[in-house]
Design a protein around this ligand. Sequence first.
Ligand code: HEC
Ligand code: HEC
Length: 461
Amino acid sequence: MIRFLLSVVSVAMVCPLASAGGLAADDAGAKATPIELFEQRIMPIFKSPKPSSCVQCHLSSVDLKDYILPSHEQTFVSLRDEGLIDVMNPDDSKILNLIAMGEKDLDKGAKLIHARTRRAEYQAFAAWIKACCSAPKIRDLPSLEGGNPAPARKPDTVIEFTRKNRVVDSFGRNVWSQRMRCFPCHTPHELDESNPKHEKAIARHKELEKKFGQRINIFRDSPETTLRHLMVSSRKPRPGRLPLINVADPAKSLLILKPTSKLPKKHADGKFEKPSYAEPVSHMGGLKMHVNDQSYKSFMAWIQDYSRVVGEQYASADDLPLDNWYPSMQVLRLKNAPESWEVLTGVQMVVHAWNDAEKSWSDDPVAFTQGTVTPQKTVNGALFLLAPANVDGQDAWDREGSTLPTGRYLVKIYVDTQGRLADDPAAFLTEPDYFGQATVEDPWKEGFRDAKLLDGALLQK
Ligand code: HEC
Ligand code: HEC
């Protein structure tokens, strides 16, 4: 260990990249020819069934193998012509910078896990590139006829969209943000010993933990740790139990089936039957979420997206869903829902902002919520704010605690009478589902008690 550290330090003094990234070319290949280096060090990466170090940050869509062609000369020419090899400054080649990216990861654990693979990849490519660039016969090879034969790689937009960070961020906004609906049973980190109001909840949670073990703690201390728990738990199929996240069939994920299911049946003696983890699912917490309410929509949107990421189902920018929703505590409540709306029908309430300069309502919605018609003929939902499409979401809104700016708003109501949400729970309803609209004004405080009220009987067409 110490020897390794020392050797890195000594190289770092002469190699600027090494000092920046902790990676360095080695001398092992100094005498080997480019083709030997390719066969001995690059081909094993190409043929390895193991993913490359890129998985540290990219859940799918990209692998170092995607940059290698079976022929040594073709690989060099295609990388050179794509600008990924810098023949004048081989150490500055972009392909090396891509491999070195893992060094910059703030997640020290992930960085360490992939350190060995990354170092082997870096050294292999650095040695081979250097050897190629100092051999004029290879360096100056003509471009390949019929264009670049580089393997079909996914577009950069897809590669960026399927990054782990983006998926974790989305998980935070769509799933983690809804966790208080699962309080206190699944939220150990929201329980506060110093809060007298939590006393009962703490006792209840303790009991559940004793009975069901750690799996009752679905929501861990951060979106990252929560997601890790869900992923690890879902990896191995278990007989008689659906996975928490079901990438093969997102709607059949326990994460969504449990809270939308009722309590188990009771035995003759009044005790509950064992809860079921296969269809039909039952939930010892009882019904905590309605199919097609706002959290169902955001859970499903995230599970679908995640499944498509890990299933390599995004091929082009057109396949990517919008991922610009931010949870808020501002609530819309529609009462006196028209008789024609059946109980449990999904209703979307889409908010447009008044633009005073243009004296018109914004074309693009600024927020939405979704709820189902209750037996009392109301529809409730907390808003998800929509970051403008051309702005990086993170800059547009704070994470938690976002609110709509003070102003006048138009709420358009869409009713899912055609059952479109059953096929696509993440969908936005369109003109054929439009029912009517109403305007709302300030003040609009947070929380269900201060919900903005709409009267279903007074909606305008
Ligand atoms: C430490 C995390 C990390 C690792 C490891 C990583 N990347 Fe990336 N990658 C990123 C980030 C972050 C972006 C988005 C960059 C941006 O938006 O500017 C990105 C974007 C990309 C892009 C899109 C084009 C671009 O340059 O923005 C490509 C291609 C890419 N990475 C390839 C790779 C390859 C190949 C590997 C493995 C050899 C790799 N990455 C390893 C974090 C990483
Ligand atoms: C009042 C307590 C309570 C609330 C609130 C509650 N649950 Fe549960 N949940 C339970 C209990 C008890 C179990 C264990 C027995 C079972 O599987 O039904 C459980 C089990 C689960 C499981 C299976 C966990 C596993 O790995 O075995 C999932 C998933 C789940 N609940 C999701 C949710 C979600 C999501 C919410 C919030 C929207 C929620 N529950 C709200 C009590 C609750």
